[in-house]
Design a protein around this ligand. Sequence first.
Ligand SMILES: Nc1nc2c(ncn2[C@@H]2O[C@H](COP(=O)(O)OP(=O)(O)O)[C@@H](O)[C@H]2O)c(=O)[nH]1
Ligand SMILES: [Mg+2]
Length: 365
Amino acid sequence: MVKETGADKVIFDNSLRTLQNYNLAKATKVEIADRFQLILEIFARRATTTEAQMQIQLATLRNELKHAREKVRLCRGSEQPGFMGLGVYEADVYRDAIKLQVQTILKKLATIRTKRILQRERRTELGFLSVSLAGYTSAGKSTLFNALTEAGVMIDKSLFTTLSTTTRIVGFSNRKFLLTDTVGFIDRLPLSLIDAFHSTLEETIYSDLIILVLDLKEPLELIEKKLCVCKDTINHLSADGIPQITVLNKVDRLSLEETEQKFEALKDKLQNPILISAKKGINLDVLKTQIVGLLENYVKGHFVVPLTEEVLPFLSWVHKKAEVKKEEFLCDCVEVTFEVNPQVAEQIRSKVEKLNGKYTQSVSC
Ligand SMILES: Nc1nc2c(ncn2[C@@H]2O[C@H](COP(=O)(O)OP(=O)(O)O)[C@@H](O)[C@H]2O)c(=O)[nH]1
Ligand SMILES: [Mg+2]
């Protein structure tokens, strides 16, 4: 097949042992990758935070460590793709070198974690609310992403150079927000890749609204199982306080009866469920209205507090919790305008009052 197709890489859907990889590379003369390596590559392409990049590097190195001894042995005098250049190493020296790198990364990760500020700054900086798509691969996230962004507004691209290609500005009902397509959950995710997966997902899932996409064509038990994993992961990322819409996709592939049956069975477990077809454009208007409705739950607040010692820690807390739109230091007070969900707005109000400040709020923004 390699000869016939002129392929320059073969990817196996299962995991390969070093010797298998070696023999396959020898027989085909092209690079061989397995499922693990492919997933790592996908994550690496999507990782934009330092933490995500390091987690991926860590997973790669740990995998390398597992195979190091055999790899060094096999690559003596070898010219196979993926096995070159290691022949000069003694196995132990090579392993020690990797171990050292692993230690360094672990140390760096620990430092990053202690001072991690969730990916809030980016959108605060841009001043847009953000929505992210979550769900297993092939549920239809990218199709929905395209359907929702198709009528997207034109915007000066230079403003958004920091955004990846999977985040776009969308606008409907006079509201504009950022929509992000995520890497998605992967079936049979190797255990050792879970941390790398979480950190890749975290940067995108941390938003104002999560749209969880499920494939309604799949058997009920499978949908339920996937839903469970999605929910657990969202909880694990401490994103469970973020409002969610659950999209039951691909209704065009089901009979009305089957759709109703499945909807009845699932609806109590879902937040804001909507039946749609991303591909056929069914019910997208309802979804858009729902998105805007949930985002508009945000309140716009404004306060003025006298400048005292306690104000600075309070302000940094506000920056963490809310999207600060404007902050102005006047000679004896500070004036702040922000957007946030109603619960946090209440917390801010009570703190402002304790600090003898003045608080005002409008219902939506
Ligand atoms: N019939 C049907 N197919 C869909 C629908 N949405 C997505 N698909 C198909 O499902 C497959 C996976 O979609 P994709 O958007 O790539 O899923 P992702 O992995 O979640 O991004 C593609 O072949 C899509 O054409 C839908 O509403 N109806
Ligand atoms: Mg996709």
